[in-house]
Design a protein around this ligand. Sequence first.
Ligand code: XMP
Length: 507
Amino acid sequence: KVLILDFGSQYTQLIARRVRELNIYSEIHPFNKIPTNIDDYKAVILSGSPFSVRGDEALHPDLSNIKGKKPLLGVCYGAQYLAHFSGGNVAPSNTREYGRAKLSFVKNDEAFFKGISIGSQVWMSHSDTIKELPTNGELLASTHDVQNAAYKIKGETTFAIQFHPEVYHSTDGKQLLENFLVNIANVNPDWTPNAFVEETVDELKEKLGNDKVVLGLSGGVDSTVAAVLLNKAIGKNLYCVFVNNGLLRKNEFENVLQQYEGMGLNVKGVDASARFLEALAGESDPEKKRKAIGRVFIEVFDDEAHLIEDVKWLAQGTIYPDVIESVSATGGPSATIKSHHNVGGLPDFMKLKVVEPLKALFKDEVRRVGASLGIDAELLGRHPFPGPGLAIRILGDITAEKVRILQEVDAIFINGLKEWDLYDKVWQAGAMLLPVNSVGVMGDERTYEKCVALRAVESTDGMTADWVNLPYEFLQKTSNDIINKVKGVNRVVYDISSKPPATIEWE
Ligand code: XMP
């Protein structure tokens, strides 16, 4: 496996993904928490950073167990770090060093640059520049503006690049990482979804033995893949609970429950709609709605867990982005690990041990693992759906009637996307029920009814998003269908706001 030391760059996760796309397992650790089992890692990559090596606050870990001892690649800050503290010179740059650049010199008889030629596009993003290479440094590549764009240390397997191989705009970035990891560091690219499944199932068998495990299914990709993996390892000792909070999509509870049963999972569907609606009655504050739903979910889930005699473990579909510790702006690794909305506050008295079989995977890897487990492509390709469901898409207070209206509208929109072959081109889509009535006319009658907003976004991780340019014909047809078929709605609008500054959900 490969160790990525994080100095706080916004691109660190991308490095890990690119490495894994080469079928090589990689882990991110904060720069100041170098794992003690360093021998288990076959190569180390130093990430970029928002900091400068020249500042007093320069992040400056002790690499004496790594540098010169195992293959090491410094990226951006990493490259400056390897220069500045080893006899080189890093200074503020006086030319623009952001964005696209092209290699104007490449030493391509080096294994490191194999298959990469002059003219290859690279992506720069730095304000310091390496003026002088470190002791024993040898120049490997330049761009028009950046003389020391890549170098190596003679006599070591230490390499450094000023540009970012991990971003899509560095055309040969993946090739470069492959050259470093496979050809220079001799890492075996054998980390495939099948290998992951086999390894994880063995580990789970070993760890769980004959213990009983409870898992909350949500209908989403993560919990489903976690359940199928666990089912493969421990079969009927896995007790899945699928709670209907009454805020799911139209017919979702019944359909998904059926799918789960078809997959051979030991699953219990619990319809707690009434309990959730009761807890939400009269509440219009978005955060209070979220809290109420979280609280009732825990109560319902806890009741169910108590029905499973002698259950020992709680399984969760936590994935890698939820657990990575990131370097905070103050230079220390942030202590807070992001918690999943639905795993945050299980009551103490449950005292279950936690098992998280997907903790090492990115979302796209979860999908690949799911596919190799034979999970239906349609289920794996589902859009993300928020835990509080339609509650945060009904602006204002929630009633059973509003849920019904929104379910109808949402179903027309989503089914339409599928029929028009647009569903897979959209990252997430849904409808919002607005707390306004507006005037309309139907037949000869004046109406005064609800307005709904449709939202469809493109994104990779939900952190940033842009609205999708859906065909006018599609919007026209959808709007018509909604107003004609859903009683109580007389106006449809399409949300054309990006995130930021808007969010994906309206609440
Ligand atoms: P926003 O609205 O913050 O949404 O742009 C980003 C992504 O997160 C989802 N989301 C939630 N998911 N519980 C969840 O499980 C929540 O409270 C919640 N709020 C937003 C949203 O659907 C989008 O995918």
